[in-house]
Design a protein around this ligand. Sequence first.
Ligand SMILES: Cc1ncc(COP(=O)(O)O)c(C=O)c1O
Length: 432
Amino acid sequence: MGARPLRRETDSWLERWTATVADLAHLKDSHPMLDAVIDEQIGRRIRIGDHWLCDFASCNYLGFDLDQEIIDSIPGYVAKWGTHPSWSRLLGSPILYEQIEEKLADLLGSEDTLLLPTITHIHMSVIPVLGGSGTIFLDGRAHKTIYDGVTIARGHGAQVVRFRHNDHEHLAELLKQNPPTPRMIAIDGVNSMTGNAPDVTQFARLAREHDALLYVDDAHGFGVIGERSPDELCEWGTRGNGVIRHQGESYENIVLVAGFSKSYSSLLSFLALPTQLKNVLKVTAPPYLYSGPSPVASLATTLTGLEVNDKRGDQYRYEMYRKTKRVIERLRELDIYTPNVSGYPLIEIPLAKHEDIDPVGRYLFDRGIYVTMAAYPLVPKEEVGFRIQVTAANGDDEVDLLCEVLGELQEKFKLQHEGHRELMLQARATRG
Ligand SMILES: Cc1ncc(COP(=O)(O)O)c(C=O)c1O
């Protein structure tokens, strides 16, 4: 046998992978705000090395991760159930699952619910079941995890048709071509980048007219927006029961997917669905059959979280609303462009020059502001920038600092403003 070559085929293969995400790989290796080790946390302040920052990258929207009643509830459940139920759900689940599924169906107003560990598990396993060998209509900017689930479905024989982001008229044209059934339309609820929600009523109408199922991932809407009520504290509505209820829709022809890992700070996710479909998924969705379940601490924080949501969730939502409003008003005052027109607490700020992401991120870091970096190829080059998430637990002093630093950024770097954005879009349209 000859000597082993020094460079193996896998090395160049891995290099090719790295080259396709070169900008991100470079930032990951060099930037303090990516792949960071967080040494300590006090409230929404985090310490990286000897540097304290205000955390505007957390998706713990309601601040349940820091709620004392929720924290104190964990030991009792762990004493009763141990740290982790290690059965797959098909074998058996602690009664806590049944309790959560019932309470959740009640909150959502859906016929039934089904819990699995993460939304990614749900997309990878449920989209192929629902797509079958029919047609999946996929929003052009759907979350990567939906896209990956759809790719698996394609491998199982589904045909995939993409429509322009949020464009129900484009979808209507495609549906008129009468593609094979079963038909499924896959979209996001509150979008993880723009912070905006689709017009669910229009998509639901098309689904009902064309014998299709509308599949909505509302990871960022659940817990944040909810049903409207005359005594609501703000226009995000009450109860945080998600985008379907917020827009006054029923669940007819709709499957809602969301998770507890953002607003409820717990590793658990769910589908809101008819009981008949739930029973089918119990024998067809691999995570129900084979995956390990969520830890008991997460089941505990979900159960107590649902109780706390009933008691003071609307108060927390109002806090989040009030602080988000301050940030958005500051952006308007500075004429800094954000795609966020909803006022929801995800605020993306694209840069005028994508190359600036490194120094802009460093400036924010140095000034004590921690955000989500949106680098290429996570987003297209014209959208490279950063995303702010506002949670109920961010202090007003932290929002003050953020607003101050946004002003400094505007002076020191080129951000996009409304006029610039228009010109950029016109130039892109002219280029075709
Ligand atoms: C829209 C959307 N869907 C799915 C996910 C993944 O959720 P999970 O961590 O539960 O798999 C995310 C995570 O950020 C998300 O933003």
